[in-house]
Design a binder for this molecule. Structure first.
Ligand code: ADP
Length: 562
């Protein structure tokens, strides 16, 4: 039975020649690349020696990717790497390179998991080496740990550098080849494999604490009785020495209080970081071996912030998604409602028109033989029918505006002519109510609007001014020209609108409390708002109960464009 290297999430169970990651990456490959991956697998199965195994994987990988450089690097002391094998013929084997210049290698050394930068331009970890990579013509890099060099737990890596961005196919292929290699290497006797890779210290038999510590999801250390670090996982090394720091086993990192450790009961047990800061202890255990204590530290604040940030981001994304779904549902309901209202109004329109015309005929020529009381009944019926007719017309208008089905012709409209027309139309009504209509403000200007719609808007507002005005009062249509906009104000000195009704006064069927004088239904202002919005303008109101109201309509001036 060969010895096995320790496993972590990236290093699959050696017994499985194909793991879920292999299956996933295989499913992304196009048929030709999948066939090539199949050949790599066969090659690797046939070979027993590490250099031959790596050589075969490298040449197949380089062929599959079509270009770029592929190499296997072995970690050395002092942060250096040794190039063990390379697909690049010009590359001198046994070349030594320095980790500091290759953050991607440092990252894999630190974490023991693959590092993939599909585009070096958009990978934050590569900011510092971007210039160097660009000068070497490298656009994408991927580094895969393929063998854990116990006892340091540092990985031998397979590195791919490409002169183009890595697409998902390339990434899947490179990942699959690296993973197949990991499976194959895991089946070889570890000491022998380490020896062939030129690693000075082959792993001893038995569990490998350094590799096992990598599995711990928080910073973890194994210290001796003097607080001297025997092993540290990358998280702990990062936390204690900074991101770029190196773990140097043997240095005293924690000052512990041995008797308390060994008694092991006191939760307020403290460790002091020799460098001065105080990591929070999550827990500890002295069962990892004689004179050995496993110490678990609280997550690095930066790391914790990062994971909190990403939790918040994903919760926000989820909420946004829910809001979008709710919004779509609301829009759908609004559309259905508008369709329903419009259908009902259409159905009512024809019978109502017939009823109205009969009632008009009756109350005209045919009313001569009727008694006074009968005439009054007839007048009331006609009044009701007219009210209903108006309601149906308003409902149809509103439904058309809501669904965007109302055709608008945006054209140059003269402010003066429009105000005059509206005032002339409503003069008889104003007279009946004892209200004076006036026009005021700047001389003529040309507005960009649908003439009929805007006339209806002003008519609604002036009519309301008359209806809710007082006998002897005034309604003024005031026009002002702003920089690139036109402002109409319809001002009355009537009953006004209570302040608590103001915010909802432009909504459908909303009427201010106590307005029994008029027989409206509360659709006029809703139509006004929708119409003004459809013409690219806005409308608002300002009112004092008992003193009158000012409705403002702002619209663009005509610039020659529709
Ligand atoms: P309607 O006049 O048919 O009721 P509107 O939508 O035109 O419907 O107006 C909604 C409500 O706003 C009115 O019922 C009234 O209470 C209030 N209102 C509108 N214009 C004025 C105004 N000029 N003065 C006082 N109240 C007004």
């Amino acid at each position: 039975m060969p010895e096995r290297i320790a496993v972590n999430a990236w290093f699959p169970q050696p017994e499985l020649t194909e793991c879920s990651l292999c299956r996933e990456t295989r499913s992304v490959l196009a048929p030709t690349t999948a066939a090539l991956a199949g050949e790599v697998a066969l090659d690797l199965m046939a070979l027993g020696r590490v250099p031959a195994l790596l050589g075969a994987a490298l040449s197949r990988l380089a062929r599959g990717l079509g270009s770029g450089r592929v190499a296997v690097l072995v970690p050395e002391a002092g942060g250096k790497w040794r190039v063990f094998a390379s697909s690049d013929l010009d590359q001198t084997h046994d070349l030594m390179i320095d980790s500091d210049r290759y953050p991607e290698l440092l990252e894999v050394r630190r974490t023991g998991v693959p590092f993939i930068a599909r585009s070096v331009d958009s990978t934050p970890n590569l900011v510092l080496s971007r210039q160097m990579l660009a000068a070497a013509g490298v656009r994408a890099v991927a580094v895969f740990p393929i063998f854990l060099a116990a006892p340091s737990g540092e990985p031998v890596v397979l590195k791919v550098s490409l002169a183009r961005e890595l697409d998902p196919q390339d990434e899947a292929f490179a990942t699959l080849v690296a993973h197949l290699l990991v499976h194959r290497l895991a089946l070889l006797p570890t000491q022998e494999a380490a020896h062939q890779l030129g690693l000075s210290s082959a792993p001893a038999g038995g569990p490998n604490p350094a590799a096992l510590l990598r599995l711990v999801p928080v910073p973890a250390l194994v210290v001796d009785d003097d607080g001297r670090v025997i092993h540290a996982n990358p998280r702990a090394a990062w936390m204690l020495r900074g991101r770029e720091g190196r773990t140097s086993s043997g240095s005293v990192i924690l000052r512990l209080e041995p008797e308390r450790i060994w008694l092991g009961q006191d939760p307020r047990w403290e460790a002091t970081l020799v460098s001065g800061s105080h990591p929070r202890l999550l827990g500890w255990s002295n069962r990892v071996g004689e004179n050995r204590t496993l110490v678990l530290l609280d997550q690095h604040p930066e790391e914790r912030r990062h994971s909190q940030d990403s939790r918040i981001r994903s919760a926000l994304a989820q909420k946004l998604h829910e809001l979008e779904a709710a919004n779509t549902l609301l829009e759908e309901h609004a559309r259905k409602r508008a369709r329903f209202v419009s259908d009902v109004a259409h159905e009512l329109k024809t019978p109502l028109a017939i009823q109205r015309s009969y009632l008009e005929t009756l109350s005209g020529d045919l009313s001569e033989g009727l008694s006074q009381e009968q005439r009054e009944f007839l007048a009331a019926a006609l009044h009701g029918a007219e009210r209903l007719h108006r309601l149906v017309e308003e409902l149809l208008d509103l439904a058309a505006l809501e669904s965007g089905n109302l055709p608008l012709t945006l054209e140059p409209v003269s402010s003066e002519a429009l105000a005059d027309q509206v005032i002339a139309d409503l003069e008889p009504l104003a007279e009946r109510h004892g209200v004076t209509l006036r026009r005021d403000g700047d001389p003529n200007a040309t507005i960009r609007a649908d003439r009929e719609r805007l006339a209806q808007v002003l008519r609604n507002l002036v009519e309301n001014g008359i209806k809710y005005g007082r006998a002897g009062g005034e309604v003024t249509v005031l026009f002002e020209r702003l920089a690139d906009r036109a402002l109409f104000t319809v001002r009355d000195n009537g009953i006004g609108i209570p302040s608590d009704a103001l915010p909802s006064i432009f909504e459908e069927f909303v009427r201010a409390p106590g307005n029994t004088a008029s027989d409206g239904v509360g659709l006029g202002l809703a139509i006004v708002r929708r119409s003004v919005m459809a013409m690219g303008g806005r409308v608002w109101v300002d009112s004092d109960t008992g003193r009158g109201s000012r409705f403002f309509v702002e619209l663009p001036l005509w610039t020659g464009e529709r």
